[in-house]
Design a binder for this molecule. Structure first.
Ligand code: GLP
Length: 260
């Protein structure tokens, strides 16, 4: 796992956007895994900026989103469909047919989830997956206790997640209690993982993800099993890391490291 700590949310977002731009420059028809929540907003803004400056082209890109609330139609302003459209898709030249987001209103969740997994495979797998982290250490909506080999499925949200996400809804009772989410196993198959975290309320989850044991109780800890996981943090989110000085040292020494 590569841990990069940057002084601000903006710099952290820029660094993560550079990784995604690098993948797109090498592979213009790359498959991107998208995330929602407030954390990746800065990355989307950076990618849109690069697109508007003529530096990034999305017309051959395919995207798969991590998750969606069950019961919210696409038009609901709290649905992840709506979020993605407003914050990213409508600002770039992506082909609407290449956008995949789990359906929160399908009649048959089991069949939908199997189809979603199959589409990821048919599109060649995800090249780079963007991730945030929940305060309980979850990735996507893989709540504590989720199997580390889980696939896309219906998941019941945990109380801390409902509480965290209540800030986006008028009332806590309005937060859906079910979601469709890619599984931890699905996420681990992406070729590169880019996880971002900012703010003090993520510091404990981040420390457990990076330096704790690999456990289904902190599903983000599964990133330790991935050969190419990059973690971008601001100072606050890095606040509880014991090996902090080493991560900085590694980054500082990287440009001069012996080449293979
Ligand atoms: C939700 C999403 C996650 C996201 C998390 C953190 O639970 N399903 O993908 O990482 O929220 O959100 P935020 O970035 O707003 O803190």
């Amino acid at each position: 796992m590569e841990v990069v700590v940057l002084p601000s949310y903006q710099e952290m977002s820029k660094a993560a956007a550079q990784v995604i731009a690098g993948v797109l420059n090498e592979k213009p028809n790359a498959v991107l895994g998208m995330a929602t929540g407030s954390t990746p907003l800065g990355v989307y803004q950076e990618l849109v900026k690069m697109h508007k400056a003529g530096e990034l082209d999305f017309h051959q890109v395919t995207t798969f989103n991590l998750d969606e609330y069950v019961g919210l139609p696409k038009s609901n302003s709290q649905s992840y469909h709506y979020f993605m459209h407003e914050n990213f898709f409508k600002h770039v030249n992506i082909a609407p047919d290449n956008i995949y987001i789990p359906s929160g209103t399908t009649k048959n969740y089991r069949a939908f989830c199997a189809w979603y997994e199959k589409r990821i495979e048919e599109c060649g797998g995800i090249d780079v997956q963007i991730l945030g982290i929940g305060s309980d250490g979850h990735i996507a909506f893989n709540e504590p206790g989720s199997s580390l080999s889980s696939r896309t499925r219906l998941k019941t949200l945990a109380e801390p997640t409902i509480q965290d996400n209540a800030r986006f809804f008028d009332r806590k009772e309005d937060v859906p209690i079910y979601a469709i989410t890619m599984g931890v196993g699905t996420i681990l198959e992406a070729r590169t993982l880019v996880l971002l975290a900012n703010g003090k309320n993520k510091a404990n989850a981040v420390a457990q993800m990076v330096e704790g044991p690999v456990t289904s109780m902190i599903t983000a800890s599964a990133l330790q099993l991935h050969p190419s996981a990059k973690v971008f943090l601001d100072e606050d989110a890095a606040g509880q890391l014991k090996m902090r000085e080493y991560y900085d040292w590694v980054m500082k020494k990287k440009p001069g490291a012996p080449q293979t």
